[in-house]
Every structure is written in C-alpha cells, then in structure tokens.
Ligand binder design. Structure first.
Ligand code: AHR
Length: 624
C-alpha cells in the first residue's frame, strides 16, 4: 500500500529543478548544436588546412589579414589553362544538406590585382556528383564579404563544399561559412533547429554551460575564456578542445572550439528554451585529471583576472547598456538584461587547491552582486572514490549550492535514491550537475534510464535540499564521440532521443510545485519490493503527480491510499515508459523502441488498486 497525503504540502520544488547541461564534447557544439556546416572556417587549426582539401595552387597567408585575432587565410592562384585550383571542405564527418532548403554561403575575399575573379561554389558528394552550383565574382583589393544562397537538389548527410576558381587571377579567401537559413527560432549565427528543439522539449528549468572539463582546459592557455567567445564571430579566436585527446593519434589536432556558439548565444538559447542560464567559470585551476603540473594552476595571489572575468560576466548578463559589458551585450542585439541569477566557479576540482581559490571569488561576487547565487563544487564522484570532504569547505565558505557529479553503476544509482534523505538541511543546497548511470558497456539502454528514474525519485522527495539537477553529457555525434552514454545522439541530418531522454522529459514535464508525503509502511519508497516512488502536487494545474519506478521483473499490484482527495472518481493520465528488455535502445534506424505512452485513466479516491508493470516508470497525473 502507498499512502499519499495530498493535504500535507511539503517542500517547494524549484521551477529550475530539472535542467540540462551542455558541454562541447562528442561534437556537441561545432558539428552539432551550432549550425555552422564548415569545419575550420578561418584556417586557424594548427594545420591550417585541417578539414580542407586544397587542389592546384593554394597557400596559407597571414599578411594584412582580414581579422586580427584569426589571421590565417588562403590564397588561390590560377594562371594556366587546364589547372583546377580550389579547395573542398569535409564538414563535420560530412555536411548535412536537405533538398530544397536554403543555405547561406559566405566568405571574405579580395583579389591581388583588383581585377574581378569568378569563384564557383558547389555542393558535391564523394563521387563528385554536383548537388548545387553558384558563382561569386570577387573584385577589388580590399577585403569584402560575399554571399550567395545555395539550394541543393538532394538530401545528403555527407556532402562536401567545393570552391573552384572559374577565371584566372589570384584571390584571397577567409572565414568561409555555410549556414542553414532555418535555425532554431530563426536566430542568425544560430542553432541546429532539430537539436535545439529537442532541448526545449525537455522543458528545462536551468541550462548549465559551457562545461565540464572544457571550462578548465588541459592547461591555463586552453581554459575556456568567455571574453574570447563574444563579439563578431569572424574575430573570435578558436581554442583547442579539451576532448581532442581522443584523436591524438592524428598528426594534427582535429577538435577545436570555433566559439561561434559563445556566451551571448548560450544566454540567448537559455532564453529561447525557457531555462535559467547557469554559466560555469574557471577558478584558476587546469583540469586536474589531465594536468597535475602546478605551473598550470594560477597562484592564489594572481587570481584577479579570473575574478574579474566572473564580475564582468555578471555585468555582461545583467548590467545596464551604459556599462562596459552591458553595452557589448546590447551591441550584439540584446539590450535587455539576461537576468542571470546563478554562477558556478570551478568544475570538478578537488583538494585544498580549490577552496583557497574559490574563497576570493566568493568575497568579490558577494561584495558587488549579493543577489547572485554561487555554486561551488564537491569534486568528482566516481565508483570507489569519494571527494565528499569538500562539503565541509563548501559549508565554511557558505556557497549557495554544491555541484555533485555521479557517473556510477546501476546498483549505485538504485541505492542512491536514499542519498539525500540524510543530508544536512541547514547547509548549502545540492546541484546534481552531472549524472548518468554507467553500466559496464557504457551504452544508453532502458536499464540505465530506469535506474536514473528510480534515483531521481530521491531528488524530488528531497526537494528541500536538491534544487537543481542536470544529466550529462547531453549530445553525441554518432560518428565522432569520445564519451557515452549521452542523452541525445545525432548524425548530420537527424537525431535520436534515448530512453534516458524520456526519463528527463517525464520529470521536466511533471515536476509539480510541492512535494507531498508518499510512504509504504510509514517509510519512503526507496527500493522496497524493487519500487521507488515520489509524489508532488501541482498548484497551478491542481493535480497530484505520482512517479513510480518498478525495477523488478514482476507486476506489482499496489493499493493507493489517497488521503485528502474528495471521494469518488478523478480523471487523469498515466504516462508509461516500459520495456521488457533492459538492453532495449533507441537508434537512428529505430528511434521508437522505448518511448513514453500516454493513456487517459480514472482514479478512485480515497482508495484504489493500480498495477505497476514490471520494468517500468509510471507517471500518474490526477485532477484533485
Ligand atoms: O560529462 C563529461 C565530463 O565528465 C565533464 O566534462 C566533466 O565535468 C566530468 O568529468
């Protein structure tokens, strides 16, 4: 029997509770969410031709560049008959194009003589079949921007862009871009529409960005510096991606951050998907997994530029248009403040190096922006290790929230449903900032989704302590990933939502406003008879919401004792996520192996019996 007392309204559930965490890993940004289709558009990779295949007479130049922070460009010369000169771009494991859709092609160019030179712009496939052809005439010795719209006649996931000289001469090319006209919310320099829509469809309360380990970088020089990610995209200096190491067998690094998706775009996307922005900033430490060299950490007495980055970021997000950084935001097209309320300093730091650096950040932010909530880190939490010793330090420093990360086994996740029952109610709140159930094969499956659903009942039941939670990582390109499991997989044209995605979505859409008690023999339901359950009311829609994970292989017949509901029939819905196969997966070819199914139900108060299917996650919504 489950006893639910609807009138005993408990802790409020934060509207931000169920959120998302984005990091540029697995080609999540360039090649993923950020809709740019050209790889290495500014020729700034260590190998300037990375992503490009030049043919004929093509060289890399830096003299009198178009953009001072991205100085490399290419020079194409075509002086003799019968010699083709040009270059192909491979995109990110190909360029995804759709028949009949419009793509904005642009580049910056000048000619050496000033005389006009014609360029042919093609979309081709690996057999060199042409999908689209347009021409651009470049003239004059000064850098100018040229644009043309491409409308391919086919749909193709792995096409290439080809630029060829169609007339003789010498021409310089820079910042070569191909962008779908259709982006999410029609934003210029925007996001891939289907991927961003999938984020919005989660109904996220909070949006943590831009990482993860990439915030720290492999060393000081490669840490994420948000000031490099704003202003005109053409002049944002690129940065090697911390996750590049997976490709280290290659002669040249291949995974960079173009920063086309930068902090302005992150804030704007937060607004577009209805989530509170939550930026994470470097605390003066390099990624402690990657780099143990003390010289790669900033000494405590030299932290001021890092602290200024945090203060300036708050001004960039919230400051008036008359302020230095607020004006830059306004000039980029958003005069209204972004209403930033949360900031995280440090990612997965550990040891005494972290609190001694966090402290001066806290002092400075509290002094200037006392209304901003500060999130500290409790370090990484992997199987067999515990870095919980940072919690006392976080309490001492009086951070508002502590970011905890869990990548652990199915068993750990099931036990973890009780984790927060014993947390100190007086200390900082919890932000479960990265978590995912990791089975031995590290694949997304119904098993992992079910364990996460069970674990998350513990978040909701302890909503007085747990204020935010975000699964990780969010995205993975099927042909270019370094880490799994991930919430959403995609190729250059389509995406697949994992069973784990649907669990997140069920929590996001059925958050409720307040916890109400749900017990079995006077105890919270945290694994007895393989059941995990929690209940909430939604004061806005006047509904009771019950979430139950049945991780057992038997059907469970449960008597629901609904105290506080008027006697008689109550209409509602049951959303069921179920599979009889724990290994079931959604794939690009079969995206609907595990999807939630909604049915209308009628519940009888004050008591009624319900059947909980084996291996299922059920969400009941009942009109009060
Ligand atoms: O989510 C992948 C990585 O896991 C994050 O970058 C890091 O914070 C954690 O170790």
């Amino acid at each position: 029997e489950f006893k639910i007392d609807v009138q005993k309204t408990g802790a409020p559930i934060q509207s931000t509770m169920y959120g998302i965490f984005f990091e540029d890993i697995n080609f999540g940004a360039d090649g993923g969410l950020y809709a740019e289709l050209i790889k290495n558009r500014s020729f700034e990779f260590e190998n300037p031709f990375g992503g490009w295949m030049p043919f004929g007479n093509v060289s890399v130049q830096t003299k009198n560049p178009c953009f001072d922070r991205n100085p490399h460009y290419v020079r194409l010369s075509y002086e003799k008959e019968l010699t083709g000169t040009g270059l192909d771009n491979e995109g990110f494991k190909g360029i995804g194009i759709r028949e009949g859709e419009k793509y904005d092609f642009s580049l910056y160019a000048r000619t050496q003589s000033g005389m006009p030179v014609k360029l042919r712009i093609n979309l081709v496939d690996s057999r060199n079949d042409l999908y689209e052809q347009k021409e651009i005439e470049v003239s004059g010795k000064e850098w100018k921007k040229y644009t043309v719209v491409l409308t391919p006649g086919v749909t193709e996931a792995r096409s290439r862009l080809r630029i060829t000289m169609a007339t003789k001469g010498t021409v310089d090319l820079e910042h070569i871009s191909l962008f779908p006209q259709k982006t999410f919310n029609n934003r210029p320099n925007g996001m891939r529409a289907d991927l961003a829509q999938a984020l919005k469809d989660l109904k996220p309360g909070v949006f943590r960005f831009p990482g993860g380990c990439i915030v720290e970088g492999t060393n000081k020089a490669t840490r994420y510096q948000w000031k490099n990610t704003i202003g005109p995209v053409e002049n944002r200096p690129i940065n090697i991606n911390r996750w590049n190491y997976t490709f280290s067998h290659k002669k040249f690094p291949d995974y960079y951050q173009s920063y086309g998706l930068g902090f302005f775009e992150y804030f704007q996307l937060s607004e577009d998907i209805g989530a509170e922005p939550l930026p994470v900033l470097n605390c003066g430490l390099s990624c402690q997994y990657e780099n143990q060299d003390p010289n790669e950490n900033c000494p405590v007495d030299k932290l001021q530029p890092y602290i200024d980055d945090a203060l300036d970021l708050i001004e960039f997000a919230n400051g008036p248009v008359t302020s230095k950084w607020g004006k830059i935001r306004a000039d980029m097209g958003h005069p209204a403040p972004f209403n930033l309320k949360l900031i995280a300093i440090g990612n997965e730091q550990w040891g005494p190096l972290y609190p001694e650096r966090l402290e001066p950040f806290i002092k400075a932010i509290r002094a200037r922006y006392p209304e901003i909530k500060i999130i500290g880190s409790s370090g990484p939490q992997s199987e067999g290790e515990d870095f919980d010793f940072l919690w006392p330090e976080m309490k001492r420093l009086k951070v508002d929230l502590v970011d905890e990360h869990f990548y652990r086994s199915p068993e750990w996740f099931l036990n973890g449903a009780k984790r927060y029952d014993s947390y100190d109610r007086q200390g900082p709140k919890v932000f479960a900032g990265e978590y995912a159930c990791h089975p031995a094969n590290r694949e997304n499956s119904f098993l992992t989704a079910l364990c996460e659903a069970a674990f998350m009942t513990g978040f909701e039941r302890n909503a007085d302590v747990v204020h935010l939670c975000t699964y990780a990582p969010l995205f993975a390109h099927v042909d270019a990933w370094q880490w799994r499991p991930d919430l959403i997989w995609f190729d250059n044209l389509s995406l697949v939502k994992t069973p784990n995605y649907y669990v997140q979505q069920l929590y996001g859409h059925n958050a409720g406003t307040n916890v109400v008690p749900l017990t079995m023999q006077d105890e919270p339901v945290t694994g007895q008879q393989d059941l995990y359950a929690t209940a909430a009311v939604d004061k806005h829609s006047n509904e009771l919401i019950i979430k139950v994970a049945n991780t057992g292989i038997r059907n469970k017949r449960i008597k629901l004792n609904l105290n506080g509901l008027s006697a008689g029939k109550h209409k509602g819905t049951l959303t069921l996520l179920h599979s009889s196969d724990l290994e079931a997966k959604n794939t690009l070819c079969n995206p609907s192996a595990v999807v939630p199914v909604v049915s209308d139900i009628e519940m009888e108060a004050p008591q009624m019996n319900v059947n909980l299917k084996p291996l299922s996650f059920s969400v009941y919504r009942i009109k009060l």
